[in-house]
Design a protein around this ligand. Structure first.
Ligand SMILES: Cc1cc2nc3c(=O)[nH]c(=O)nc-3n(C[C@H](O)[C@H](O)[C@H](O)COP(=O)(O)OP(=O)(O)OC[C@H]3O[C@@H](n4cnc5c(N)ncnc54)[C@H](O)[C@@H]3O)c2cc1C
Length: 446
């Protein structure tokens, strides 16, 4: 809990968060620090560092905004979703759940799944409901790094489409958001959104312009070292040769694609590139219990079900979380911008049963395990427990696997093989693992 601590205790705790897996790199501390905190080593560990002394007021503000150590789900749900009709511990609050996609084929194909977020931002801009959108693109000057910015045109919004499976720190640009003259829509992954909600709670001026909050589902993200390792496997040693980096290029589910100055192009199916996850995962993702971006107005995931996967083209799972999100969705459907078909809560949970199991059971078991070893853990104001014994055992195996595969020798070893070969092997192993652990994962899931 955050109340009652002295400034020096808060300052000490902030340092502890920054130096541990508690830090989710949301960027709020950097954005609120007036230059006193900077991100260091973005192409490696990517962590915030205090470079100038913080004054007491800054410590207070940053400590409150930090979502790494503390975010009370039940309390913030009560605060921000008092009138929302439905709730499930896995999905969070919602009005409706459905499958949909953008009607515009270009927006759909250019996006991560169905192009829902991109289309929503363009619709809001076109209808004058916002003047800009806080989104994330690959930095045009440093094309291997993601950067948050305020998009004010349709072209800029399209440029920022697609998922970036690398560390992003959207809230670094809180000062630009504060200085912006007009209304904003904001897009972020759950830890970033949680911090925005904490800032809204105290009416911080940095978030005063935000009218809408959108966000993708969030399984995990990777360190940039994953891209470096991929390049090394293709005998490319210098990552600054990258001219374009896509994580989901082309038709859904898309390919990881790296374009180089030499005109060489490296392309790997998304499902094959997933082999990088256990080796280069940002450890904080393993302690994040929010898959569905529960504190947005509207959140979007991939429609992972054979019926949609077979059809390609891109389908999204959409959750509207309050009247604001629902009204916007209705308007876009009526205006012919989006297709949407409602599904049940059970169908939605089944579609993402693997992800929910990872976040709503696995993460809580991992948190308890860390606590047992005396390591700092996040406090979410609630805890899910009492899973079947088999599920605990499975998690211990997974945690051990992440521990081993994240080491330097394991990374070197896997780098000896071609990514195509490892990717195919990984995809097969994952399917086998999913099938064999299906019963354990599904036991008491609802
Ligand atoms: C790191 C990450 C992990 C994900 N894990 C899952 C998962 O496990 N299961 C699942 O079903 N879906 C997951 N998603 C969501 C999925 O990939 C799509 O983003 C989602 O379906 C939205 O699709 P869309 O076509 O509407 O998005 P688009 O129209 O392509 O818009 C995506 C929006 O998200 C913003 N964005 C992209 N990446 C980031 C980022 N890293 N940080 C902040 N903003 C970002 C973009 O700037 C853009 O505004 C993940 C997304 C990310 C970024």
């Amino acid at each position: 809990m955050e109340s009652g601590n002295s400034i020096s205790a808060k300052s000490k705790e902030l340092q502890q968060i920054m130096n541990s897996h508690l830090c989710n790199r949301c960027g709020s501390c950097v954005g609120l620090s007036e230059g006193a905190i900077e991100f260091i080593d973005r192409e490696g560990k990517y962590y915030p560092k205090i470079v100038k002394a913080l004054h007491d007021e800054q410590v207070e503000k940053i400590y409150h905004a930090c979502s790494g150590k503390y975010f009370d789900f039940p309390r913030y749900r009560e605060l921000f979703y008092p009138d929302t009709t439905n709730f499930h511990t896995y999905t969070g609050p919602y009005e409706k759940i459905g499958i949909g996609h953008a009607v515009d084929p270009d927006l759909r194909i250019n996006a991560a799944s169905g192009g829902i977020i991109t289309t929503s931002l363009i619709y809001l801009l076109k209808t004058g409901k916002i003047d800009g959108a806080v989104t994330t693109r690959m930095n045009p000057k440093v094309p291997w790094q993601a950067e948050a910015f305020i998009a004010t045109t349709r072209e800029e919004i399209i440029e920022s489409a697609q998922s970036k499976y690398c560390i992003t720190s959207v809230n670094e640009i809180l000062p630009q958001m504060e200085a912006f003259k007009g209304k904003l829509a904001y897009v972020g992954i759950p830890p970033q959104v949680q911090s925005i909600r904490k800032l809204q709670e105290v009416n911080d001026p940095s978030v005063k312009n935000i009218e809408y909050i959108f966000g993708p589902f969030y399984g995990n993200t990777l360190h940039f070292t994953s891209v470096k390792a991929l390049l090394r496997s293709y005998k490319v040693k210098d990552f600054t040769q990258i001219t374009k980096l896509y994580f989901r290029h082309g038709e859904w589910p898309g390919n990881m694609r790296v374009e180089l100055k030499s005109d060489k192009v490296i392309e790997l199916k998304k499902f094959h590139a997933n082999y990088l996850i256990p080796f280069y995962i940002l450890k904080n993702s393993l302690f994040c219990t929010d898959l569905a971006n529960e504190f947005t107005d509207l959140s979007v995931g991939d429609a992972w079900a054979p019926v949609y996967e077979e059809r390609g083209k891109g389908f999204s799972l959409i959750l509207t979380r309050n009247n604001k999100g629902q009204n916007l969705l209705n308007e876009m459907i009526n205006a012919g911008w989006l297709n949407f078909e409602e599904i049940t809560e059970n169908e939605a949970i089944s579609m993402h049963s693997h992800g929910y199991d990872l976040k709503k059971r696995g993460a809580f078991i991992r948190i308890r395990l860390r606590k047992l070893f005396g390591k700092p853990v996040p406090d979410y104001g609630y805890e899910l427990k009492d899973f079947p014994l088999s599920r605990y055992l499975m998690e211990y195996i997974i945690s051990f696997m992440f521990l081993v595969l994240g080491t330097w020798p394991a990374r070197r070893f896997i780098g000896l093989f071609s990514p195509e070969f490892v990717g195919k092997f990984f995809e097969k192993a994952r399917t086998l693992w999913k099938k064999s652990s299906y019963k354990i994962k599904r036991a008491d899931l609802h």
